[in-house]
Design a protein around this ligand. Structure first.
Ligand SMILES: [Zn+2]
Ligand SMILES: [Zn+2]
Length: 149
């Protein structure tokens, strides 16, 4: 999804203006293929404009979240590691590397089967699902194997 483009539309619709700082934050978030924490995003953003503060990052992220353009996610039990996910339309799931903290997105139709089976057995209605798998990403796994010789 093109975050900047979507955000532009929302801003114009509400008759506000896009600040240059907000633009940099959006473009940086768009270009990152990770689900960054606010601090990680700050690091990248400051490579472009070192005057941008963490408070501005958070304000922008909360605004994007309220607009439904970004989802805040917490993986593991680490409450400090809230990560921001430019929300693609439709549900998707995540794999988190325990070594390098890479986040890999995936879709899996089998999750629909789990939902359907649960509904059948319980009479409940499932609205959405959240699946997070943890382990070693391909690169980290290769590095570990190379180390072991
Ligand atoms: Zn995601
Ligand atoms: Zn990894």
């Amino acid at each position: 999804m093109d975050l900047s483009l979507e955000a532009d539309k929302r801003i114009r619709a509400s008759h506000r203006r896009m600040t240059p700082q907000r633009r940099i934050i959006l473009e940086t978030l768009d270009a990152l293929d990770i689900h960054p924490t606010a601090e990680e995003l700050l690091g990248r953003v400051q490579e472009v404009d070192s005057s941008i503060h963490l408070s501005t990052i958070y304000r922008t992220l909360r605004w994007l979240e309220a607009e439904g353009l970004v989802q805040a996610r917490i993986f593991n039990d680490d409450r400090r590691a809230e990560r921001f996910d430019p929300a693609a339309p439709g549900e998707h799931y995540h794999f988190v590397c325990q070594e390098c903290h890479a986040v890999i997105e995936f879709n899996n139709l089998l999750v629909n089967a789990i939902k359907a089976q649960f509904e059948l057995h319980t009479g409940a209605r499932v609205d959405f699902g959240s699946v997070v798998l943890y382990g070693l990403c391909g690169d980290c796994r290769k590095a570990l194997l190379a180390e072991a010789g």
